[in-house]
Design a protein around this ligand. Structure first.
Ligand code: UD1
Ligand code: UDP
Length: 365
């Protein structure tokens, strides 16, 4: 029987691959294995528990304050060992993390075909987001199957000379995961207070960027004492230091540990607006009709901006304060952004991906 190794390492990869694993294991002609690098530990395990996935291989590579080079080396050596032992016919990776790139590279070294989920996202700036833009460009060079979430991402791949027959437009599996969560959560509870939900972790914002984001949050919290600012803080120590130093103790700012996926979706649904630099949240919020302010200078997800549900704010304090204030003060401005749109998918991406993988493997055997 053909064996597929679905390899991931971080929270967003686990969320976006969970629906694909679900769909793959229903195919009788395939043996599906889940391999995790453990690039994230606690944040990965939370999601694995949510979706009741237990890994067949766990490299457990995470170290505190890991560097890109150390992390890459540990993933490469560990994955190479298991690819030699278990010899899958196809390796699946998702997105643009170190795990995704190194897994694709290691599979290539072993001459095993690679399927890339969420292919073709681009800012065309190798330093933003860094190193994700480089990672996804390099995966595109190596992949045999490219699952582009939208027509825009497909066109990016075509422009780079990726063979058209390897590209399949499927929608983003983030929407599949979100639909699963909504089904589980039931109706949205009515809130008495307006909540602004915040997340942030991007490497290119470390230092100055995070300092000015935190300053903006403090100013906003003082300006709007009746609004609650809720912030589940990423476990990266480089992020936690400025966040806790600047925001802890402000009365209407609630800092919390990372939430499991279902708790987080529940919090998103009950929020008035979301302030984030996350990739996945840019895809989820439009489906929920919650405006997203993206604290980055560029995004590889322009579909939300075009659909009118997201706004790029950058990381400068004054701009963040002004955009948030406008939405909190002016119901008409808020209503314009708070529309439900699904530019990223229809919840069926995982089934399409599983189907193409089966066809690909049957054609090979
Ligand atoms: C990584 C990805 C990024 C993705 C993000 C999702 C790379 C280069 N970056 O960034 O693309 O958007 O994950 O969150 O692949 N830590 C813990 N426990 C955890 C997770 C992280 O303690 O469960 C701490 C560790 O000290 C770790 C550090 O955070 O060394 C950084 O983790 P890492 O995966 O290297 O980078 P992220 O910033 O999380
Ligand atoms: N998320 C979560 N718990 C949290 C914060 C986020 O489950 O406390 C989910 C969120 O719904 C989204 C994903 O994690 O699906 C985004 O992860 P992150 O922002 O870390 O990574 P990115 O998407 O930027 O790569």
């Amino acid at each position: 029987m053909n064996r597929i190794a679905v390899i991931f390492g971080t929270r967003p990869e686990a969320i976006k691959l969970a629906p694909v694993v679900r769909s793959l294991i229903q195919r009788a002609t395939l043996e599906t294995e889940v391999w995790v690098t453990g690039q994230h530990r606690q944040m990965l395990d939370q999601i694995m528990n949510d979706f009741e996935i237990s890994p067949d291989v766990d490299l457990d590579v995470m170290a505190p304050n890991q560097t890109l080079a150390d992390l890459s080396a540990r993933c490469l050596m560990g994955l190479s060992h298991h690819l030699s032992l278990r010899k899958p016919q196809l390796v699946m990776v998702q997105g643009d993390t170190t795990t995704a790139f190194i897994a694709a590279l290691t599979a290539y070294y072993h001459q095993i075909p690679v399927a890339h989920v969420e292919a073709g996202l681009r800012t065309s700036d190798l330093l933003a987001p860094w190193p994700e833009e480089g990672n996804r460009c390099m995966i595109a060079r190596l992949a045999n199957l490219n699952f582009a979430p939208t027509n825009w991402s497909r066109d990016n791949l075509l422009r780079e000379g990726v063979a058209p027959q390897t590209i399949h437009v499927t929608g983003n599996t983030a929407v599949d995961a979100l639909f699963l969560a909504m089904k589980k959560l039931g109706p949205v509870p009515v809130e008495d207070k307006r909540k602004v939900l915040i997340t942030g972790h991007r490497r290119e914002s470390w230092g100055e960027g995070f300092a000015s984001i935190c300053e903006a949050i403090v100013l906003l919290a003082r300006k709007y004492p009746e609004v609650e600012f809720v912030y589940p803080v990423h476990l990266n120590p480089v992020v936690r230091k400025p966040v806790f130093e600047t925001l802890q103790g402000v009365q209407n700012i609630k800092l919390m540990e990372p939430l499991n996926y279902f708790e987080f979706v529940s919090l998103m649904r009950s929020s008035h607006l979301i302030l984030t630099d996350s990739g996945g949240i840019q895809e989820e919020a439009p489906s929920l009709g919650i405006p997203v302010l993206v604290m980055r200078d560029e995004t590889e997800r322009p579909e939300g901006i075009e659909a009118g549900t997201s706004v790029l704010t950058g990381t400068a304090t004054a701009r963040i304060v002004s955009v948030v204030s406008n939405l909190l003060d002016r119901p008409s401005a808020y209503r314009q952004l708070a529309q439900c749109a699904n530019p990223y998918g229809d919840g069926q991406a995982a089934n399409r991906i599983a189907e193409v993988c089966c066809r690909f493997l049957n054609g090979m055997s």
